[in-house]
Design a protein around this ligand. Structure first.
Ligand code: GLN
Length: 305
């Protein structure tokens, strides 16, 4: 941990000073209220060591990072049948694109673009008795944060302006790949995206994707080895939308971003690291978050490749 700690401190100071060419997401009005200078990092290792720096204990909107948790639960409940409803191919298109759905007859390319995460939300509704409550309980158990909650403000803000997601959900339903009511699916999807966590909470929570761990913070197995491999594979190939190749190329870890400016990245043998900086590059991924992780895996020589 000492090596990681020193390297994180050095890169933090360097990256903090670089000019940030990114922009805070404002298509969800509530997200634009964040202080753009926030910058936090937290790492959790297989030895259960933790180190954080900067705003690593400030809660922020994790947005699409939560798609990893909804996918995990849907995979547990639906098993391999899930892949009949959503594919596992990188889309090469923006996260909110409608483009490929027509040609693909309403089957989203992967579970991390919005189209795919909306289908995953629909799958969860079909399985869960009280979807909102049951999913939140799964997140609470996995993270070991008993008071983890949805942000009604963020969910409401997205509901008021989420025109593309409304279009996506209706379009997919027209192909028969949404089984429940569009309003219910979207409301659930917006709530999933509204969860707030800190970098420290994120890096602890996603340790279930690190080998030899596979467990929630309270010791329960989340996914088996094969399922864990698959989730990590989808994160590597699709976790950054049309910048997934770039992330693999520059960073070399499985990862997932969110438009709140957070990124989680997994080294399946060693650690989970979470970074937060709200300004996003043109592909909707944290500008400084990507820079930090690129330097981190370069200096520690600890990518998966
Ligand atoms: N809730 C956001 C949306 O649907 C999630 C997008 C993201 O984080 N990339 O637009």
């Amino acid at each position: 941990m000492d090596t990681y700690k020193k390297i994180i401190e050095d890169i933090y100071l360097d990256v903090k000073e670089i000019e940030d060419t990114g922009k805070v997401a404002n298509y969800i009005p509530e997200l634009s209220l964040v202080d753009p200078t926030n910058f936090g990092i937290n790492i959790t290792t297989v030895k259960n060591e933790n180190f954080g720096i900067g705003n690593s204990d400030t809660k922020f909107s994790i947005q699409s990072i939560c798609k990893t948790l909804s996918l995990t639960l849907a995979y547990k409940l639906e098993g391999e049948k899930l892949w009949d409803r959503v594919d596992v191919e990188p889309s090469g298109n923006p996260f909110n694109s409608l483009l490929q759905l027509e040609a693909d007859c309403g089957k989203p390319r992967n579970p991390f673009i919005n189209a795919g995460a909306i289908v995953v939300a629909d799958v969860l509704i079909s399985h869960l008795k009280n979807p909102m409550e049951d999913f939140l309980n799964f997140c609470r158990e996995t993270s070991n944060i008993p008071d983890l909650n949805y942000s009604e403000k963020v969910a409401e803000s997205e509901k008021n302006t989420g025109y593309r997601n409304v279009a996506l959900c209706n379009f997919i339903k027209s192909f028969g790949n949404i089984k429940n009511e569009v309003d219910e699916v979207l409301d659930f999807y917006f709530h999933i995206c509204s969860i707030k966590m800190t970098c420290k909470e994120l890096s602890n929570t996603f340790m279930y994707l690190v080998k030899d761990n596979f467990k929630t913070q309270t010791g329960k197995e989340v996914l088996n080895a094969s399922q864990t491999k698959r989730i990590n594979a989808i994160m590597l190939t699709c976790g950054f939308y049309d910048e997934s190749g770039e992330f693999a190329f520059r960073v070399g870890l499985a990862g997932k971003s969110g438009v709140g400016g957070g990124i989680i990245a997994i080294h399946p043998d060693e650690y989970c690291i979470a970074v937060w900086s709200p300004k996003l590059n043109k592909k909707g991924n944290s500008y400084k978050g990507m820079c930090f992780l690129e330097h981190f895996t370069t200096k520690t020589a600890s990518s998966i490749f």
